[in-house]
Design a protein around this ligand. Sequence first.
Ligand SMILES: Nc1ncnc2c1ncn2[C@@H]1O[C@H](COP(=O)(O)OP(=O)(O)O)[C@@H](O)[C@H]1O
Ligand SMILES: [Mg+2]
Length: 397
Amino acid sequence: MSAKPREHDIDDAQTSPTGLERLAVRTLKLTDFRNYAQARLDLDARPVVLVGDNGSGKTNLLEAVSLLGPGHGLRGRPYAELARKDGAGGFAIAATVSTRHGEVEIGTGFLPGTREEGAGRTVRIAGKDRSTGALGDYVKHVFLIPAMDGLFTGAASERRRFLDRLVLAIDPKMRTPLSRYDRAMRQRNRLFQLREYSRACSRGLRSRWRKPAWPSPRPGSTRSERLTALIEETQEARGQGPFPHAVLALHGTLETELSTRPATEVEDVFRILLEEGRERDRAASRTLEGTHLSDLLVVHGPKNAPAAQCSSGEQKALLLGLVLAKAELIKTLEGTAPLVLLDEVAAHLDAARREALFGEILRLGVQAWMTGTDRELFSPIAQDAQILAVNRGSIDT
Ligand SMILES: Nc1ncnc2c1ncn2[C@@H]1O[C@H](COP(=O)(O)OP(=O)(O)O)[C@@H](O)[C@H]1O
Ligand SMILES: [Mg+2]
C-alpha cells in the first residue's frame, strides 16, 4: 500500500549527516509472534507508519522491532507470552538491519519448553549465537507507549526503569554493575525472607555484607546524575519548541550524600546504613535503604511545576520531549540515531505538535515507527514515510 520510495529519498534516507549509515530495519520476518503466524515486511530507511484498527497488531509489530535491541522489549512481558497462542509455543523474529557496521542479519526467538526463569531469548547476529546485550552494538531504540502515560504520577519503580533504560542506552557497560547490585539486593532480601539471616551470619557470611562487592551504592547513581544533566543540555540546545524541556533530579538518601562527598565515601556511608538497618530490614523482609529506592523527579521546565501536577497533555508532551532528547543524545554521542518507536502518539497531540513531531523525526533522520488508527493524522509525513496497513495479523505493503 505504501508508495514506492523515490530514488533520491532512499539515498538521502540511508546515510546520516555524519556519513554513518542510518539505523533502519530493512526486512522483518515474524513467525508465531503474538497475533502473527507468519509475516514479512520489506522496508527502506524512511520512517514507518502502521495504521489499523484496535487489536490489529500494530503494537505487536513495534514490540517485535524492540526485540531487535537489548532488553525485554517495549512491553517488558515474559517471553512465553509473546509466542502465538495457537502456535507451537515459541516465536522467531528475523531481520536484516542497516547498522553502523553495515547490513546485519539479526535473529531472536524463544523456544518452546524453555523455562522462563533464567532462560532468556536466543540471539543470533550475523550467524553467530550472541548475548542479548550484544544487540546493543547494532540496534538501539527509544520508545514511548501508552503504558508510560502515568510515568510521572505512578510508582517510582517505573521512573527508575525509565532512568535505567536511559543509563543503559548511553552506557551499556553499566548493565553488569547494575544487575550485580540488583542480584545482591535480591539475595540479601531472600535471606531476610527465609529468616536465615542470623544463621547465615553465624556461618561467617556476615563479613561479606561489609565488602564493597556487596551492595555498594548502585554505580549508576553518579552516572545518572551526569546523564540527566546531558539530557537537560540536549533539550536546552534545542531551544524553545513544542515539546517542553524537563528539569531532572534524582532523589534519594545516597544521591543527597553524593552531592556533598566523593563516591568512595558514599560507599562507606551505604555500608554503614546497611549494617545499622539490618534489624529494620529483617523485620520488613526487604532492604529499605539504597539507590534501588531512588526516584527520578521531573519538573516541567517552562511552567516550573512538578510534572505530576501538569495536565495529561502537558505530561505527554514532556515525555515525548524526553524521549526525543534521548534519541538526540544517542545520536550525538555515537553518531547514529536509534530507532524511535512511538505507539499511539499522534492521536494525543494537537495538529501543531503533531507536525512538529514529524519535523523532529525528519530532522533527526531516524527510522521512527509510529502507530495509529487514523491514517489522516499522518498526512503531513506521508510523502516521507512508508505507510503500512495492519489488519488482524497481516500487513499490506
Ligand atoms: N500470544 C498471542 N497470541 C495470539 N494473539 C495475541 C497474543 N498476544 C496478543 N495477541 C493479540 O494481538 C492482538 C493485537 O494486539 P496489538 O498489537 O496490541 O493491537 P493494536 O493494533 O491495537 O496495537 C490483540 O487482539 C491480542 O489479543
Ligand atoms: Mg496498540
